[in-house]
Ligand binder design. Structure first.
Ligand code: HSE
Length: 379
């Protein structure tokens, strides 16, 4: 099989390539690398391929059409520009996409196979060709509590998110770090003077934050270091941010309920950008359909997949195992702080963390590619 890879140089694409190399995925198919800026140049070393492959033009429809599967991390405008053209010239391959453009189309599936493998499988059998990676917050949330949904136990769920800078993109991480450096710089003299007063340090840092402008807030628009941003993605005037809207729509789409209005599960959230680098956290409130003992709830959660792990609800383990720092760079999905609420026996809260570049972006795409390769080999 010939698999075309587009957008492999960006942040999600690079994480994807690293994972594909770690899992020896390149031994299963022939890879063709595309570039939107360096056609004819050299692609990345990968698998056991000797040397560097030639890069094809990411807008060359003939070269794209030869691929059985195309996997793109290039972004929405690329998908908008290329996908329909390719289909209109008769391409009938599989399109795997990190971007949101096609996620909610009737003829696409959002792939998160530890949660919706049978839905994916049924969709392949029925001829679906478009498989998208989901929104990172949604995928990480479902990796944590997916089993409660698949056991039909969730009446509704509310998520307060703590989203990392990486969700905005590579430039956002750099901007956050630059802001952090600049805040420290503004207070360095005082910090090094043991006699300095904390309120003087606080004042100079706040003044610096309030003066941030131009390049310092080019991507976030406002200070993030030492602060937070209580709105993520577009404002479409409804009081619900686009990120929050995706929480409802994409969760239901992954569960196969998006098109079945009467069965949809209410998913609400307040999405907030915080100063962590690449892992998202979420504080969840779940109204269960019945009163279950906590240990049973934990057992169900842990039965969901191989990556979710219940962290005992105590200070030491919560502090060390539920933070962005503890999960970044890993596929682990810890969930802890699980407790019943005073609201009633069916109300449970929990706190979870997940690397938004791995389960939140690259890993579901990589696994979807493998599912298609395996299906094809079976024939
Ligand atoms: N929209 C997410 C964020 C990115 O801004 O954090 C991952 O889907």
């Amino acid at each position: 099989m010939l698999v075309g890879l587009v957008g492999w140089r960006g942040m999600v694409g690079s994480v994807l390539l690293k994972r594909m190399t770690e899992e020896n995925d390149f031994s299963k198919f022939e890879a063709r690398f595309f570039s939107s800026s360096n056609a004819g140049g050299e692609g990345p070393q990968h698998g056991s391929f000797e040397g560097r492959p030639k890069l094809y033009d990411a807008y060359d429809l003939c070269a794209l059409k030869e691929c059985d599967i195309l996997l793109t991390c290039q972004g929405s405008s690329y998908t908008n520009c290329v996908y329909h053209k390719l289909v209109s010239i008769g391409w009938r391959g599989y399109w795997i996409d990190a971007a949101k453009t096609l996620r909610l189309h009737e003829t696409s599936v959002i792939a998160l196979d530890p949660i919706n493998y049978s839905f994916i499988k049924k969709s392949i059998d029925s001829g679906i060709k478009v498989f998208c990676g989901g929104n990172c917050t949604v995928s990480c949330m479902l990796m944590a509590v997916g089993a409660l949904f698949t056991h039909n136990l969730v009446d509704w769920i509310f998520s307060s998110t703590y989203q990392a800078a990486s969700g905005g993109g590579a430039n956002h991480i750099k901007e956050l770090l630059a802001q952090m450096g600049s805040l420290y710089g503004s207070s360095e003299k005082l910090m090094k003077d043991p006699a300095s007063k904390i309120l003087d340090i606080d004042r100079v840092v706040l003044e610096k934050q309030q003066q941030f402008g131009g390049e310092e807030i080019k991507y976030f628009g406002v200070p993030l270091a030492g602060s937070l941003i209580p709105w993520i993605d577009k404002d479409e005037g409804s009081g619900i941010s686009l990120e929050e809207w995706k929480g409802f729509a994409e969760t239901n789409k992954i569960l196969g309920l998006y098109e079945k209005q009467s069965k949809q599960i209410p998913v609400d959230s307040t999405c907030v950008r915080v100063g962590s680098l690449r892992s998202h956290c979420q504080s969840l409130v779940i109204k269960l359909r019945k009163d279950l003992p906590l240990n049973e709830i934990e057992k169900i959660i842990e039965s969901g997949n191989d990556w979710v792990r219940v962290v005992p609800n105590n200070k030491a383990e919560s502090e060390t195992q539920l933070s962005p720092v503890s999960v970044s760079g890993t596929l682990s999905i810890p969930i802890g702080r699980i407790k019943k609420l005073k609201l009633g026996r069916e109300y449970v809260s929990a706190f979870t963390a997940g690397d938004q570049l791995l389960w939140g972006a690259a890993e579901p795409l990589r696994r979807m590619l493998n599912i298609l390769i395996d299906e094809n080999c079976r024939g």
